[in-house]
Every structure is written in structure tokens, then in C-alpha cells.
Design a protein around this ligand. Structure first.
Ligand SMILES: Nc1ncnc2c1ncn2[C@@H]1O[C@H](COP(=O)(O)OP(=O)(O)OP(=O)(O)O)[C@@H](O)[C@H]1O
Ligand SMILES: [Mg+2]
Length: 249
């Protein structure tokens, strides 16, 4: 059994302020994950460590070595905080930086080295990836969101549980989360779907949902749940259907 969990940058950081970590939330999240760390790949969002420098440097449209380096260094710092917290909570995390193992083409993942991830999981380690900048074969460079990493890895590893935690109770329609959806529901939801209340260069809830619908098309379902509510991460890791279930058909 393999599980892929994403924790949104909206939980770990304050997305309205540059590089603003939430140490208490990072610790709580790490403790919940450390209670069930086996057969798991963790992806975390970039939050304000990524979206704000990316916007400042005009990524992904404009290419600058300085913009790439500073954005990467910033998200790697958040990754370091998450990895530290997981270690302290008793897990065996390993940082994996997408910049070093991913190639994009037209903004989509063309290649990602999954073999080391599989090997880490097999050896009892917990790989921890994150939203990052990455080289792009058809333009100079781009952004790979945590939301895009999740389905790619889930497909490659044949994940049984795919859970995406964010700061709302799921896909909200008139303020309430819908229990489940398929691609067939997308057209009727389009009006309700927006970006993010914080700074988000990768499409907020709509971007997330489109990634997970693609994954569902390939037969792998997932859930979008509220990771800010205590206990929800543990429940999602057990495969419970919290929040909104994006159903495979
Ligand atoms: N219909 C909707 N249902 C739920 N959330 C929505 C909807 N429309 C827009 N949103 C926004 O999407 C946000 C979640 O996406 P966002 O990208 O900000 O968080 P994240 O993915 O957890 O963070 P990161 O991208 O840093 O990992 C919510 O906080 C909300 O403001
Ligand atoms: Mg996002």
C-alpha cells in the first residue's frame, strides 16, 4: 500500500506575508504524520515561501537566474522546517527537491525520478517533496506545484490513498463542502471555483481540482480535506473519505 499526502502551504504558512512560517501548525502537522509515517510520500505546498517570491520575480513567464535561485532557496527553507519538525516528531524524513529531479515541458511534468522515492519508502524513509521551480524543456524554467506533483507520484507509485489537505473543508459550493464529485460535475461547479484568498500562482482550488480530476480519469480517486482541523490528517492517512472526494469513474 502506498499513500500520497499533500499538506497545503495555506496550512504551514501565512500566504499573505512573505516567508511567514506557522511553527505551531508545522509541529502539529508533523506529529499527526509521524503517528502513521509508513508507505507514505509527503508533498507540501510552497505557501508564502514560494508564491510570493515567484510573483515578485515574475515566474514562470520571465526567466531570471536570480528569481529561480531565490525562489528555490525560499521553498527549500520551508522544506527544511517541515523535515526538522518531522524528525523531532519521530519520523524518518528525507528532503527531496523537485528542482533537482524533475523536468517540465510546457509547464507539465515530463520526467521525475520516482525510483529513489520508491526505494526510500521501501527502506522506511519518508520522502518530503514540495512545490518548487524546475527546468522546462520547452521554455527556460517553470513552476511545479505540489498539486501537480501529487498526481504524478500517485500514478507512478500506484497509490491507494491520495489525500490533499488545505485550509478549507473541501470544494465549497455556497459555503458548504460537497461530499464527492467527478469530472461530469465540473461544468456546473465552474462558477463556484476560484483561486486563492492568499497569493497563489498555481490556481488555488481550481488548479488543485483539475489536477485531481486528471488523476481520477486514470482510475485513482482522492480527497480534498481540511488539514487545519486536528485529527483530520491522521484520518485521511487511514483512507477515510473526508471533505470532498474526487471520485474515479
Ligand atoms: N469553491 C471553492 N472551494 C474551496 N476553496 C476555494 C474555492 N474557490 C476558491 N477557493 C480558495 O482555494 C484556497 C485553497 O487553495 P490554495 O492554493 O490557496 O491553498 P493550498 O493549495 O493549500 O496552498 P499551496 O498552494 O501553498 O500549497 C482556499 O483557501 C480558498 O480561498
Ligand atoms: Mg495552491
Amino acid at each position: 500500500m502506498t499513500r500520497v499526502l499533500k499538506i497545503g502551504g495555506s496550512i504551514l504558512t501565512d500566504k499573505r506575508r512573505d516567508a511567514a512560517a506557522r511553527p505551531e501548525e508545522i509541529r502539529r502537522v508533523a506529529e499527526e504524520i509521524a503517528s502513521s509515517p509508513e508507505d507514505l510520500v509527503l508533498v507540501h505546498g510552497a505557501g508564502s515561501f514560494g508564491h510570493i517570491p515567484a510573483r515578485r520575480y515574475g515566474l514562470p513567464e520571465s526567466f531570471s537566474p536570480e528569481g529561480l535561485l531565490q525562489t528555490h532557496k525560499s521553498v527549500a527553507r520551508l522544506n527544511d522546517l517541515v523535515v526538522e519538525a518531522l524528525s523531532r516528531a519521530g519520523a524518518s524524513p528525507m528532503p527531496v527537491h523537485p528542482l533537482s529531479c524533475t523536468l517540465l515541458k510546457d509547464g507539465r511534468i515530463e520526467a521525475l525520478a520516482v525510483k529513489p522515492l520508491r526505494e526510500m519508502v521501501r527502506d522506511g524513509l519518508l520522502p518530503v517533496l514540495h512545490g518548487d521551480v524546475a527546468m522546462d524543456a520547452s521554455r527556460k524554467a517553470g513552476i511545479v506545484s505540489g498539486d501537480q506533483l501529487v498526481p504524478y507520484i500517485a500514478r507512478a507509485l500506484g497509490a491507494d490513498v491520495v489525500a490533499v489537505g488545505t485550509d478549507v473543508d473541501g470544494v465549497l459550493v455556497s459555503g458548504s463542502p460537497i461530499a464527492e464529485m467527478t469530472r461530469a460535475d465540473l461544468a456546473s461547479l465552474e462558477g463556484a471555483l476560484g483561486g486563492s484568498t492568499g497569493v497563489d500562482v498555481t490556481g488555488g482550488m481550481k488548479g488543485k481540482l483539475l489536477e485531481l480530476l486528471d488523476l481520477a480519469d486514470d482510475g485513482i480517486g482522492s480527497v480534498i480535506f481540511n488539514a487545519s482541523r486536528e485529527g483530520n490528517i491522521s484520518r485521511a492517512l487511514m483512507g477515510e473519505h473526508l471533505g470532498t472526494r474526487v471520485r474515479a469513474i
